[in-house]
Design a protein around this ligand. Structure first.
Ligand code: SAM
Length: 244
């Protein structure tokens, strides 16, 4: 998968060289290209922002550098176009489902906004030749899109075949498989600072362990994310209807 990230703080994306994403890039599973938006400015101050039409506080990212950056990263007459992700708190919510969808794309490009965001015509222009998704990583406001891109790239990259050592660990996670939160996990020692690992996990009985984990998942989901439990219940009811 090819990933292009355009930002005025390319150093922010240095974390993409680390851990599993970095390893995936070194092994050739990912082709990561980070670009400095200011490379497409021509004034002495390398200006990327201006005051908003209509007035109001803050600055808006100018369309010209963004247009040139997009044309350089993905030439309009090129043989293929990326799917462009524009992080914004006003976007559709990022989710594990969207991460799976993006993991199936051969090429993703990310446009990191700053200030009050990017002139809205940039997404409209890009949308004339590539799929554009404006995506939010949560209901809060960050200073820029870089951290949001790190979040999305990590969530997507770990789904690519070969990135995670044991692909089975993807199936049992929170927000995957049955849609419930994952059960609590433990490792050695069996007793630590007066806290014991639940006996059932030491029993060696895989059926009983699976049942206990499922109950823990249900309990956790009910307590922490009743919205997910309701969705799980609806899906289970639909499955039963389909089977009858
Ligand atoms: N004025 C914008 C609004 O109210 O929707 C917020 C702009 S924010 C200060 C600057 C940039 O940070 C955005 O253009 C976007 O790239 C990024 N950003 C902030 N919060 C985000 C979030 N929750 N999800 C994704 N990107 C976010």
């Amino acid at each position: 998968m090819r990933l292009d990230v355009v930002s005025i703080f390319p150093e922010y994306l240095a974390a993409l060289d680390l851990s599993l994403v970095g390893k995936a890039a070194k092994s050739g599973l990912l082709d990561v290209r980070v670009h400095d938006l200011r490379d497409w400015t021509y004034d002495r101050h390398r200006t990327v922002d201006d005051t908003p039409y209509g007035g109001g506080a803050g600055m808006v990212m100018k369309p010209e550098p963004w247009g040139e950056a997009l044309d350089a990263v993905a030439p309009p007459d090129g043989p293929a176009q990326p799917r462009l992700i524009v992080p914004t708190p006003a976007g559709r919510p990022f989710s594990q489902e969207l991460a799976y969808e993006l993991a199936a794309e051969p090429w993703l490009a990310f446009a990191c906004g700053r200030y009050e965001g990017i002139d809205a015509r940039v997404a409209a222009y890009a949308g004339e030749r590539m799929r554009v998704d404006e995506v939010s990583i949560g209901d809060y406001v960050l200073n820029g899109g870089e951290v949001a891109v790190l979040v999305m790239v990590e969530a997507v990259a770990r789904l690519l075949p070969g990135v995670i050592g044991n692909p089975e660990s993807l199936a049992e996670e929170s927000h995957s498989g049955d849609g419930l939160l994952e059960y609590p996990v433990y490792t050695k020692p069996a007793t630590w600072r007066g806290h014991d690992v639940p006996d059932v996990l030491l029993s060696g009985n895989h059926g009983v362990i699976a049942q206990w984990r499922h109950e823990q998942s249900l309990h956790r989901t009910a307590e922490r994310r009743p919205d997910l439990l309701a969705a799980w219940g609806d899906a289970a009811a639909r499955k039963e209807d389909a089977a009858s």
